[in-house]
Design a protein around this ligand. Structure first.
Ligand SMILES: [Zn+2]
Length: 265
């Protein structure tokens, strides 16, 4: 285990960082910087299955890096039966701890809505077949997400609604269903009161923290490329909102990560 850096940094996990979007040398530097500050684990969510080999190669060379494999809603129009069987094969790898990043994005609509719904539904089915959790992206699609979750076929689905910003009503429903909520750098943005106000109302044992590297850098790095080391700023902000000490929060969220993603434990 990497020892915590000076300054009393706790041990914290970045539950969502797209390291595959960095160059190879940037990835190594980003991992080393984060480890030196006490970040003890990293989950890379795929955006498309064509990245799987590269992501797995990275995971196989780093004991503290795992991945989710799947197809992002932006890429959903490429989803096919071939993707479904390829995904099922890939899930056998010990480094693949979840299916994702899957979901709906009706803000950008980079894939048509029908394709997004189909790709999401099939990825959830694959996750259930393999007993794995899902990493879910949800933007401007609360209603459709809610309806899909209520289908009896998806009872028992578990996962992380990453970079959660969807309000208390959906948060409460998801917690009741056994899901976890991932908080990103958004929680530090001055105007994101709506993201912060959910926190005191949800159980601490369902909270994860993430950077969503290279997007959404937290204050005071806002506007710069994000890095996994900055998960510390996210964790400090969330701990403050929960009125928990930073070290205590890090312990709780690290336990949460291994409970949700037991293949990483
Ligand atoms: Zn993401």
């Amino acid at each position: 285990m990497t020892s915590p850096a000076s300054g009393g940094a706790g041990r914290v996990i970045d539950s969502h960082c797209h390291l595959q979007s960095l160059t190879v040398s940037q990835r190594q530097a980003a991992l080393e910087e984060a480890r030196s500050r006490g970040v003890t684990g990293f989950l890379i969510p795929a955006l498309r299955l064509e990245e799987a080999e590269e992501i797995l190669d990275l995971c196989h060379h780093q004991t503290d890096v795992w991945c989710a494999l799947g197809v992002h809603p932006h890429e959903a129009s490429s989803w096919s039966g071939g993707h479904r069987s390829r995904l099922s094969e890939l899930l056998a790898d010990p480094k693949v701890v979840a299916v994702g990043e899957c979901g709906l994005d009706f803000h950008y609509n980079l894939s048509d809505r029908q394709s997004q719904m189909l790709a999401l539904r099939e990825q959830w089915e694959v996750a259930l077949e393999h007993g794995l959790p899902v990493v879910v992206h949800n933007r401007e699609s609360n209603e459709e997400m809610w309806e899909l979750l209520q289908e009896p076929g998806f009872d028992g689905l578990e996962g992380d609604f990453h970079s959660f910003a969807a309000g208390l009503e959906l948060a409460t429903y998801l917690i009741g269903r056994g899901f976890y909520l991932g908080f990103s750098g958004m929680v530090t943005f001055e105007r994101a009161q709506n993201v912060r106000e959910v926190l005191p109302h949800i159980p601490r044992d369902r909270i994860l923290v993430e950077t969503d590297t290279p997007y959404l850098a937290p204050v005071p790095y806002r506007g710069k490329p994000n890095r996994p080391a900055y998960v510390i700023e996210v964790a400090r902000c969330v701990a403050g909102e929960l009125e928990l000490g930073y070290e205590d929060f890090c312990q709780v969220s690290t336990r949460n990560f291994y409970r949700l993603f037991p293949k990483a434990a």
